[in-house]
Design a protein around this ligand. Structure first.
Ligand SMILES: Nc1nc2c(ncn2[C@@H]2O[C@H](COP(=O)(O)OP(=O)(O)O)[C@@H](O)[C@H]2O)c(=O)[nH]1
Ligand SMILES: Nc1ncnc2c1ncn2[C@@H]1O[C@H](COP(=O)(O)OP(=O)(O)O)[C@@H](O)[C@H]1O
Length: 399
């Protein structure tokens, strides 16, 4: 707190209004919300990601907040539009799927993090047009067949589903590969990363630490796929309480005897580990059936039948290959644009200077935002209004 700012207050006050770019060489923009002015942009130390500093007018000092989420990488310019609890950031000259970001300043997640850390917190979340398919959370006791069912689904629909690769402190089994089945890690490293906010959820299961990193879920979304998470009941509860909207499925064994048989026949655990897993299974099944966490309970008696039922509840029955996934719609934002806001509509006035200079409008509707940090902000809608040569003629169509 109170550290020397990369930019002086006077520079900011002279150089920029809300959302306009500063002209001091490094690409920065500002947004003022209440007493706080957020300076967002490239750090002067050559860091490649977009940094955030806050000038708190009520204290008269600069604050360097704790920044959660994956930071966007630098670009040729930024525009900022303050919304109620977050700031919309438009990146100029970036790839189409990397143009819309949100800097959360007072969302539920940010307030929760502030409470834990006792510091000022902001969080990044990438914006997604429309509603991407919800991730699928699969839980159930050890040996019930979660991994088998997930493999079958991914084999049948390889381009549709992507697996969230968890971190774990347990040792790899014979055929397991680091980075594919799990990120095998050390307890001290994982605990440090948990403190740094890199995990969407984590839990101690059968004596080891397991967790889903925000990055694991984002990598699947980046590949345009629907994310599958294989996590325990505690993890499912944490995800349920987070902003990640998902479908929650609990897999039950037909009987405890059959569960024990499957675990023993799998032959991957020592006797001691098998007994620990069986002891934990009772409580997991009870919680899975009785808690309000799960949307569906599937009994995995006959494997093929269970696979079919899983496909049915994911809307995939009858498909030989996966139905086309409605990929992210991309908006084309030219380098030159100006931004304004009317109610819940962000008006982006694009200027493209070709042979004949033309202008067009893109209207981003932010009235139905869903999700957010840690993870994507979904539910953005947009409308493009055709080229016109002067003024803001098209704007009448908005209000
Ligand atoms: N909370 C949480 N649980 C996980 C995660 N990854 C795996 N698990 C759960 O940890 C438990 C043990 O997993 P694993 O060691 O692979 O054994 P298995 O279930 O017998 O195959 C299972 O209930 C998994 O669903 C994670 O990232 N977070
Ligand atoms: N419906 C089923 N009937 C019989 N064996 C099964 C069934 N589903 C899974 N299995 C077997 O049970 C063992 C445990 O399955 P696995 O997918 O590893 O469970 P989990 O991931 O839930 O720990 C594996 O050897 C698998 O082949």
């Amino acid at each position: 707190m109170g550290e020397a700012p990369a930019l002086l207050v006077d520079d900011v006050q002279d150089g920029a209004l809300n959302g306009l770019e500063l002209k001091n060489g490094t690409c920065k923009t500002t947004a003022t919300v209440g007493d706080k002015m957020y300076v967002i942009g490239g750090a002067d130390d050559g860091t490649l990601s977009i940094e955030v500093q806050i000038f708190d007018g009520s204290l008269g000092e600069w604050v360097r907040p704790t920044v959660r989420g994956t930071k966007p990488v630098l670009c040729n310019g930024l525009s900022a539009v303050p919304l109620e609890d977050r700031i919309l950031i438009l990146k100029k000259g970036s790839k189409p799927d990397d143009r819309i970001w949100f800097l959360e300043i007072d969302t539920q997640y940010v307030r929760q993090q502030q409470k834990i850390l006792g510091t000022e917190v902001v969080a990044w979340s990438k914006g997604v047009i429309g509603n991407a398919e919800k991730p699928v959370v699969i839980s159930g006791p050890s040996g019930v067949g979660k991994g088998t069912l997930i493999s079958m689904l991914m084999k049948e629909f390889p381009s549709m589903f992507g697996f969230s690769v968890s971190h774990t402190t347990r040792a790899p089994r014979g055929i397991e590969k680091d980075g594919v089945h799990y990120h095998f890690t050390e307890k001290s490293i994982m605990e440090k990363e948990i403190k740094e906010g890199k995990f969407l959820e984590f839990a101690s299961v059968h004596g080891n630490l397991y967790g889903t990193s925000v990055e694991a879920v984002e990598l699947v979304a980046d590949a345009g796929k629907r994310c599958i998470l294989d996590i325990d009941v505690q993890g499912a509860r944490s995800v349920r309480a987070s902003t990640l909207e998902a479908i929650f499925i609990f897999i039950c064994p037909p009987s405890m005897e059959e569960l024990e048989k499957r675990l023993r026949d799998r032959g991957t655990e020592t006797e001691e580990q098998i007994l620990k897993r069986l002891r934990n299974a009772d409580a997991e099944i009870e919680q899975g059936k009785s808690s309000q966490i799960f949307d569906f309970i599937l009994y995995n008696d006959n494997l093929e039948e269970c696979h079919e039922r899983l496909k049915k509840l994911l809307g995939l029955d009858g498909f030989v290959t996966a139905p086309p996934i409605s990929g992210p719609i991309e908006i084309d934002l030219p380098m030159d644009h100006s931004v304004s806001k009317i109610d819940n509509k962000i008006i982006i006035n694009c200027i493209s200077s070709g042979e004949k200079e033309s202008k067009n409008l893109v209207i981003l509707d932010v009235s139905s935002l869903k999700g957010g940090a840690p993870g994507r902000t979904r539910g953005l809608n947009f409308q493009a209004i055709g080229s016109f040569s002067n003024g803001l003629n098209g704007i009448d169509q908005l209000s």
